[in-house]
Design a protein around this ligand. Structure first.
Ligand code: GLA
Length: 677
């Protein structure tokens, strides 16, 4: 179990470094990331490298028994680079240049940027591949973070090449994008621009490909650096840091290229529910590389500086969130950054060693956590033992995020909400790509899988036929992977297993709008007043009781008399129509829910489906602010709520070896119990 943070010693006079080492040892630090923003310090001008300071830093770390995760520093080209080569600067969607003076000022497709970055990484790895302090390589930093999309001329050239490779011919591209409509037909690849802002909606197929291209381009940068590092003979793992359910990068596609998954997570201390979102991203990181423990590369020791209100973490909250990561598969806990900056943009961001010194709550909590992690036995596997999986696809998110649908739904919010529904009930869950092997699971939930490739549809159907339980929820299987309807109406690819098809989507006014009384016809704010066109919700009566449906109330066509109607809409324009259907296909069952439930509805629906699939909560706990996770045989219980949680549970406390038959947890208290000992 490693413990540490970002060490950026170039900000400080060298006389401070020995104190850093002493304090790091005191805090139990075992590994730090070095050099993440040090390009300008390492290479003061083109062709000139200054290694002496970095040699001393790495030697010092080694002498103190601390490893370095050596960063490649390529996320921050220095001003000399962008001044000498302004063509490497990125542009926004109106073609305006984004200048240096902050960080990440480069166009990912720029050949000059790639050359300069390659030269830097080559020089770094040649110098340090064999350095005994180096335990890991971290390429760049949070690829795509500040610059989600680049629309520069470099992007235009690269996008055209990417499209040529994908489609071969312009005819194929024109067909896939449906360019015969609105006179968009291209007669040369050179006419294609990287989806810059236009007077009105951009072509959906083009937008989707531009997002694929962007994710692929960023991934190409990682692979470029990784290959340089590996081919120089470095034997350490090579990685980069992800950002949870980050929209622009398809981490399903990225994960196989990394030796180990790293994530950065900044749960908002002000939001009492933010531990739930953190649980989702931690489950995602574990799921991206199952059975390989992952690394929490960044979190805040206390407050951040970039929200409108930056509350400090409550006492114990930092440790609770750190242990949540360990419980969900992490073998390394780090922070941004070691010593709080005195100058620059992040001077108000907390550090492990605060500007106010060591007589501080932050320092005491940091050293206490170091001690805790040191005393933790190896946990081995990261496997959760979950029998439930939520299937989601970045491509579906990209397609849904484009305009011009019957309603606006935010997949980036809804997928974590489905996860939260299970999390509230202590039902363990993994995340999966819909085309991956599902044989470990008894229940797969596929919510709002709007874009569904043939491969994913076959995989999900095969899962059902082989005996699985599949729950598909509204606005799924709507389009193919070009964002076009398949022939034969809506919802074609899963039709055989679901036994139903959608006749109309029946958009409902989104809940936020309805709350403000803006839904057409709703002047009283009462539920019934919103009936008729523009209605806000459609209640459902089902085996899970009553649930409120939002966003869509789809009119279904039941295609086979053997399809069971388990639930019906009980209000709204579809009152009496099927809302939940069940179909048997092969050895398994497929349910279709024709709306998107609210939080309580999601809890009921998922709880019911889990019970149908024979899956029980991992532990009965007093309330849903108490979280239970499994890592192999180790159960971790954390109480995030203000109510103390006292209840019976047996196991052996992992660090002390004490047998336990009940727990008593105040807010942010946690306990790890080995259930096999
Ligand atoms: C990101 C960056 C870090 C730092 C933190 C601040 O995660 O990678 O360098 O700026 O945000 O919260």
């Amino acid at each position: 179990m490693h413990y540490g943070g970002d060490y950026n010693p170039e900000q400080w006079d060298e006389s401070v470094w020995p104190e850093d080492m002493r304090r790091m040892r005191e805090a139990g630090v075992t590994r730090v990331r070095v050099g993440v923003f040090a390009w300008a310090r390492i290479q003061p001008e083109e062709g000139v490298f200054d290694w002496a300071w970095l040699d001393r830093v790495l030697d010092l770390l080694h002498e103190n028994g601390i490893q370095a995760s050596l960063a490649t520093a390529t996320a921050t080209p220095p001003p000399w680079a962008t001044t000498n080569y302004p063509e490497m600067l990125p542009q926004d969607d109106l073609g305006s240049t984004l200048w240096h003076g902050s960080r990440q000022a480069y166009a990912p497709s720029s050949p000059v940027y790639r050359r300069l970055a390659s030269e830097l990484v080559t020089a770094l790895v040649e110098r340090y591949a064999q350095h005994p302090a180096v335990g890991m390589w971290v390429a760049n930093n949070e690829y795509g973070c500040h610059l989600n999309y680049d629309y520069s001329d470099n992007a235009a050239v690269a996008f055209r090449e990417w499209l040529k490779k994908k489609y071969g011919t312009l005819d194929a591209l024109n067909e896939a994008w449906g360019t015969m409509f609105w006179s968009q037909r291209y007669t040369s690849f050179d006419q294609i621009v990287p989806m810059r802002r236009a007077p009105y909606s951009l072509n959906p197929g083009g937008l989707l490909d531009f997002k694929r291209f962007t994710s692929d381009t960023l991934l190409e940068l990682f692979v470029m650096e990784r290959d340089i590092i590996k081919s120089a003979g470095a034997s350490q793992p090579v990685t980069t840091n992800f950002m949870g359910f980050f929209p622009p990068a398809d981490y399903w596609k990225w994960a196989p290229e990394l030796d180990v998954i790293c994530d950065d997570n900044y749960a908002d201390p002000n939001d009492p529910e933010s531990f739930r979102g953190a649980a989702f991203t931690r489950d995602l990181m574990r799921s991206l590389k199952k059975d390989v423990p992952w690394v929490l590369l960044e979190q805040a020791p206390n407050d951040v500086n970039w929200r409108p209100t930056n509350a400090p973490k409550a006492p114990g909250q930092m440790a609770a969130l750190s242990m949540q990561a360990v419980a969900r598969g992490a073998d390394e806990i780090n922070f941004f950054q070691w010593r709080q900056s005195r100058r620059g943009s992040e001077r108000f961001h907390s550090g492990m060693l605060p500007h106010a010194g060591t007589n501080t709550r932050t320092w005491r909590e940091i050293t206490a956590l170091g001690e805790t992690l040191k005393n933790l036995p190896g946990l081995g596997t990261s496997a959760s033992g979950a029998r439930i999986a939520i299937a989601f696809d970045w491509e579906a998110r990209w397609a849904l995020d484009a305009p011009d649908h019957p309603g606006e739904i935010d997949y980036g919010v809804l997928i974590p909400r489905w996860h939260a529904a299970l999390h509230r009930q202590q039902l363990l869950v993994d995340l999966v790509h819909p085309a991956e092997d599902l044989s470990d699971y008894d229940l797969v939930i596929a919510p709002h899988l709007y874009l569904l490739s043939d491969e994913s549809a076959e995989n999900l159907s095969g899962f059902v036929r082989a005996g699985g339980n599949l729950l598909v929820a509204a606005f799924s299987d709507v389009v193919d992977d070009t964002d076009s309807f398949r022939e034969g109406g809506f919802q074609v690819a899963l039709r055989d297993v679901l036994g139903v098809a959608v006749e109309e989507f029946g958009a409902l006014v989104p809940p936020e709008a309805a709350i403000g009384g803006t839904s057409a016809g709703d002047t009283t704010g009462s539920a019934s007043a919103s009936r008729g066109p523009g209605e806000a919700h459609a209640d459902v009566d089902g085996p899970f009781g009553a649930a409120r449906g939002e966003f869509f109330a789809e009119r279904l066509q039941v295609l086979d008399p053997s399809v069971e109607i388990l639930g019906r809409f009980s209000s709204g324009r579809l009152a009496g129509e099927p809302a939940l259907t069940a179909n048997r296909a092969g050895e398994g069952r497929a349910w279709y829910l024709a709306t998107i439930p609210d939080d309580d509805g999601m809890r009921r629906v998922t709880g019911w489906a889990a019970a149908e699939a024979g899956i029980a909560p991992v532990l009965e706990v007093p309330n849903d602010m108490v979280e239970v996770s499994c890592r192999g045989d180790v159960l971790t219980i954390i109480n995030y709520g203000s109510e103390p949680a006292r209840f019976a549970v047996t196991g052996t406390e992992v660090s002390s070896g004490e047998r336990v038959s009940s727990v008593d947890l105040d807010q942010y208290d946690w306990i790890m119990l080995d259930q096999a000992r």
